[in-house]
Ligand binder design. Structure first.
Ligand code: SAH
Ligand code: SF4
Length: 419
């Protein structure tokens, strides 16, 4: 979501003929598009911002803008704390970038934007193969640990017609994959509901071969959506379905609105209807009042479900959220220990599942060259596993090819092209 917001900021400024600077020393404006989902992201931002003090002294004309969720949360406090920040723009106010160079005063744009879903901003995309498409903004779920409903505001669905139009254009531009973005895509509601939108998008654009989406909230994950994933050829066999915890007590404290049993039921139906589905998840370790027994239930859940991969995080106290006020906060060392155990067990499962693919033939969308070696191409399976292969003269980014999987590793699978 945040990366795509950056594409919009770059889109607005390039539409006004400004160019990207590749070195802070050359820039007239430096923009931080910040994330405040966890403390670590905030710390990173403040340490980067601190480094600009000297640059600003050397070049008084340099402007510094802070956008994103930290901007929204801190507001004018940010300017009080760090006086060399010039502009503060929340994630619902990106259109203020239109006048950022003309504006003589400091911009402080933090209002809730009730029309965000109708706003169509220019986008400068960083990728040529896959493209992010917003389908909704904000979130109304108020999970007790989460800052998003406070920074991104109320949930609003973008009109289906605008989404369909964007996907058509992406196809004309040669994109192969679209990734639909929303905090809880299952509560999408406009001309179509979410499975209905997928059915429409499955028919749009000759070039688009794959449709993905993030994120699904388990409480709204429906049988109709399972059928849409099963039946629609472009919708990939991968679902990211954050569990957060295996303990009902913790799920209740988190305000997730499902029990572990209800979650499992959906997983069972998913696996039955779509046997080759890949399921990934998010887990939080050390939520307030989490006992060793609650933690064990999460470990057992990981073993029982066998996710293809997870993102796991230590609980991070976010100002203004319910969880930050709860009793029974867990010591940092305990959170870390539990997180390590979670990651260790999941790594074993992920590696084993990747090894199970050895000897199979997979459809790969080639995304580009490997960061580690220019002799290697990388891509993804339909199930979202990272694929690596030796370069071939006949294969380019954007191609969809069949490959024989030779080796499954912890974080990727390696194979040979079948051409
Ligand atoms: N809307 C999506 C994504 C939310 S943020 C969803 O509901 O799944 C992505 C992940 O960050 C969450 O799933 C959660 O696991 C994690 N997260 C959010 N707030 C957090 C916090 N305060 N501490 C630790 N992890 C957090
Ligand atoms: Fe945060 Fe919950 Fe909304 Fe996801 S669904 S953004 S975790 S409040």
């Amino acid at each position: 979501m945040n990366v795509h917001d950056s594409e919009k900021i770059a889109g607005i400024l390039t539409a006004k003929n400004y160019e990207l600077a590749y070195n802070p020393n050359e820039a007239d404006l430096i923009i931080f598009n910040t994330c405040s989902i966890r403390q670590k992201a905030e710390q990173k931002f403040y340490s980067q911002l601190g480094k600009l003090k000297i640059l600003k002294k050397k070049n008084p004309k340099l402007k510094i803008a802070v956008a994103g969720c930290i901007a929204q949360q801190e507001g004018d406090n940010l300017i009080k704390k760090v006086p060399y920040v010039d502009h503060v723009l929340g994630p619902q106010n990106l259109e203020f970038f239109n006048n950022i160079f003309e504006e003589k005063e400091k911009i402080l744009a933090l209002e809730e934007n009730p029309h965000l879903q109708y706003l169509e901003l220019p986008i400068k995309r960083i990728d040529k193969v896959k493209a992010f498409v917003n389908i909704m903004y904000g979130c109304d779920n108020f999970c007790s640990y989460c800052i998003v409903p406070f920074t991104r505001g109320r949930e609003r669905s973008r009109p289906s017609s605008a989404i369909i139009k964007e996907v058509k254009q992406l196809s004309e531009q040669g994109f192969k994959e679209v990734i639909l973005l929303g905090q809880n895509v299952n509560s999408y509601k406009s001309q179509y509901d979410f499975p209905g939108l997928l059915r429409e998008l499955n028919r749009v654009g000759e070039n688009i071969k794959r449709i993905r989406f993030v994120t699904s909230h388990p409480k709204d994950f429906s049988l109709d959506l399972i059928h849409a994933i099963r039946d629609l050829d472009k919708v990939c066999e991968h679902i990211h379905l954050p569990l957060q915890s295996g303990s009902d007590k913790i799920l209740e404290l988190m305000n997730r609105k499902y029990s572990f049993k209800e979650y499992m039921k959906k997983i069972e139906i998913l696996k039955k209807e779509i046997p080759n589905i890949a399921i990934t998840s998010d887990i939080i370790s050390g939520f307030p009042q989490e006992t060793e027994e609650d933690h064990k239930q999460t470990i057992n859940a990981l073993r029982e479900i066998e996710f293809d991969g997870i993102f796991a995080f230590k609980f991070s106290k976010r100002r203004g959220t319910k969880a930050s006020q709860m009793e029974g906060h867990i010591a940092e060392e305990v959170k870390s220990e539990r997180l390590s155990e979670i990651l260790k067990i999941q790594d074993e499962i992920t590696e084993r599942k990747n090894k199970e693919l050895e000897g199979t033939i997979q459809e790969i969308l080639i995304e580009g060259f490997s960061e580690k070696s220019a002799d290697q191409l990388t891509g993804r399976t339909r199930t979202n596993k990272i694929f690596v292969s030796q370069k071939s003269n006949k294969i380019l980014p954007g191609d969809i090819v069949k490959a024989l999987i030779i080796k499954g590793n912890k974080h990727s699978i390696f194979g040979n092209f079948l051409i």
